[in-house]
Design a binder for this molecule. Structure first.
Ligand SMILES: [Zn+2]
Length: 286
């Protein structure tokens, strides 16, 4: 696959999209260019991409003219407002996609506000590109298992419910799949039938609240004050992705989730067992 990302200056948005698409699709050829290429990639674009583990520091702005005579599977224009001149690409293209993002470089504010704007646009581009090319989801680190978003979001709700009800840690050994999932919890004693029914009811109650699932990136030391990072692998990046489900759950996670709990369906506990202080629960959503 060959991807070409275009915007005006090839300084911020198209460079971030370029890095993200290459990350999503490591085997593909990805280029980016602008109608009026700037002299350098915006340093804050390089910085906020580094925060999510994608290095674009060796990129430099290029002119669209370099690519006019080539063939592309996708040409993606990422310019935003009506004020901007979006380049019209006339080369040989199989799929044209226009998806506009605000130019973070046009934003004015304090240094901190400007960098927040770069992060916001980066996250929008990341979300849009992963949706567009979702056969190959982004792997923000080595973990790139393709997960079933409904089951994965349900797992977060189950974890939060277990923590609230029993004060136990989140599941240590979860296998989350579309058909059937299982989670292990460290408990002092086996939950009663009544408690099991209550767990199922509470998860379904949470689902029925139609809560939005939102993603936020933040430095590890700030995240440490919000969530338990003890499960996090040593090699995890300095910037973490926090997934929030309404105000029910917050967890550092790089997996795929639904956008709203209404997409999850109904949560059912299929079976459970208790041995050596570990309660294993098998469940599904549909
Ligand atoms: Zn997760």
């Amino acid at each position: 696959m060959r991807y070409l990302v275009l915007c005006t200056g090839n300084r911020c948005r198209s460079q971030m999209a370029h890095g993200i698409i290459r990350h999503i699709n490591p085997g593909s050829e990805v280029c980016s260019a602008g109608v009026r290429p700037a002299s350098e990639v915006h340093p804050l674009a390089v910085k906020v991409m580094a925060e999510i583990g994608i290095d674009i520091s060796s990129h430099y702005p290029k002119s669209i003219n370099e690519y006019l005579d080539q063939s592309w599977d996708y040409v993606i224009t990422v310019c935003g407002g009506a004020k901007e001149n979006c380049p019209a690409f006339i080369g040989n293209v199989k799929n044209r996609i226009h998806i506009g993002f605000d130019d973070p470089d046009a934003f004015s504010g304090t240094e901190e506000q400007v960098i927040e704007e770069f992060r916001r646009v980066r996250d929008e581009i990341l979300k849009a590109m992963s949706e567009l090319f979702q056969d190959e989801r982004p792997a923000l680190n080595s973990h790139n298992k393709i997960e079933h978003p409904q089951a994965h979001s349900a797992e977060h709700l189950l974890n939060a419910t277990m923590v609230k009800m029993f004060g136990c840690p989140r599941s240590r050994n979860a296998h989350v799949e579309r058909k059937k999932s299982k989670c292990d919890y460290i408990l002092d004693s086996e939950p009663t039938a009544e408690e099991v029914a209550q767990i199922e009811a509470k998860v379904n109650e949470a689902i029925s609240l139609n809560m939005d699932v939102t993603v936020e990136f933040m430095p590890r030391e700030i995240a440490a004050g919000i969530v338990d990072l003890s499960k996090l692998p040593e090699e995890a990046s300095e910037t973490l992705r926090l997934v929030r489900i309404g105000d029910y759950d917050t967890c550092a996670c790089i997996g795929n989730h639904v956008l709203n709990t209404r997409e999850i369906g109904t949560f059912r506990i299929i079976s459970h067992s208790f041995a050596d202080g570990v309660w294993r629960v098998r469940w599904k959503v549909n």
